[in-house]
Design a protein around this ligand. Structure first.
Ligand code: DAH
Length: 343
């Protein structure tokens, strides 16, 4: 019998030495010997009954000693494995605090977004609030209500993507004027940035581009208010020296209408490549809101008047940042986009 105990002891020592290379393996090994049902030492206990009564006490004592001894060994083994696993973890999770930090590249906003934000800042400073644009629009809002009926030649000014006879992709943010006048209490001072779509594609035109609509409706609004606001706008965006010039133009929803030129901020007006030698650069369209448009929105044109303007955000950004092809704004070439950081 003592041979059997000795061989179990040996087995345990061999196992500890050769097989227990992790806490899980040590646990398995422990089960093989100490599990109360299946363990080899547990089995020995069960054999007590078949042992001659006079030997039973001695046998029991030896088995108990073996059990105590084994328990002790496995406890030590578990401690050892715990320490080993901790060491491995320490090694894996080691941090060298003296290592130089990883450089994180920070991006910057897209030039169009930068320009949009700057324009918004200027007009918010003058008390405007921002209104949300719709990209899918009804013919009524994009054209009819803006005094551009179905057969009006002004429709030719904008090549439209129709989705159905009634719905289209907005060709201008001017539709927001109608939504604002239909929903907002008077007086109104709103600004509406948005994406617009036209079937148009060359170096200075893209089928999708960005506009910023402005609308003020109040009592006694005049062309002077419009000119004053636009002067502030161009000075904030293109420099204090910049001024504006209003040229008579035609838009069905404004009367009178004007096209606004800015004095060339590149040459100061003496003539250069940017202004094509004229000293002026065309920037936006504007005017006094046509009475018909006010009436279309149920506003009494005898009491109220309005001013409106529409700025091409892409064009404004191209001029400011010296970008000569609108495609550069849409190609996502980081070499180009990185150069514009005006925040
Ligand atoms: N919607 C015009 C366009 O896309 C721009 C415009 C002109 C807007 C005059 C206005 C305005 O509000 O008064 O060409």
């Amino acid at each position: 019998m003592s041979d059997r105990l000795a061989s179990i002891k040996q087995e345990i020592m061999d196992g500890i030495e050769k097989r227990a290379n992790s806490r899980a393996a040590a646990f398995e090994l422990r089960k093989q010997f100490l599990d109360s049902k299946t363990g080899k030492i547990g089995q020995l206990m069960k054999e007590m009954r078949s042992i001659a009564p006079e030997e039973r006490a001695g046998f029991g004592k030896s088995v108990n000693e073996l059990k105590e001894w084994a328990l002790q060994r496995f406890l030590e083994l578990d401690e050892k494995m715990k320490a080993k696993e901790l060491e491995v973890r320490y090694e894996l999770e080691k941090i060298d605090v003296t290592m130089p930090a990883e450089k994180r590249e920070t991006g910057n906003l897209h030039p169009i977004t930068q320009m949009r934000n700057q324009i918004i800042d200027v007009f918010i400073g003058m008390g405007f609030e921002v209104f949300e644009n719709r990209e899918i629009e009804k013919d009524y809002y994009n054209f009819e209500a803006l005094n551009i009926p179905k057969d009006h030649p002004a429709r030719d000014m904008q090549d439209t993507f129709y989705l159905s006879p009634e719905f289209l992709l907005a060709t201008q943010t001017s539709a927001a004027q109608i939504h604002a006048m239909e929903t907002k209490p008077l007086p109104i001072k709103m600004l509406c940035p948005g994406r617009v779509f036209r079937s148009d594609d060359d170096a200075t035109h893209s089928p999708m581009f960005h506009q910023m609509e402005g609308l003020v409706v109040d009592k006694k609004i005049t062309l002077c208010d419009l000119k004053g606001m636009l002067d502030v706008f161009v000075q904030k965006i293109y420099g204090e020296e910049t001024t504006t010039r209003l040229r008579p133009s035609y838009f069905p929803f404004t009367e009178p209408s004007a096209e606004v030129d800015v004095s060339c901020f590149e040459c100061g007006g003496s003539g250069c490549r940017l202004c094509k030698g004229t000293g002026w650069i065309e920037l936006l369209g504007c005017g006094i809101v046509n009475n018909k448009v006010l009436e279309n929105c149920g506003i009494d044109s005898a009491e109220y008047s309005g001013l409106a303007f529409g700025i091409g955000i892409d064009r404004a950004a191209m001029l400011k940042y010296g970008i000569n092809n609108i495609k550069l704004l849409f190609e996502s070439d980081l070499r180009v986009l990185k150069q514009v950081n005006d925040n």
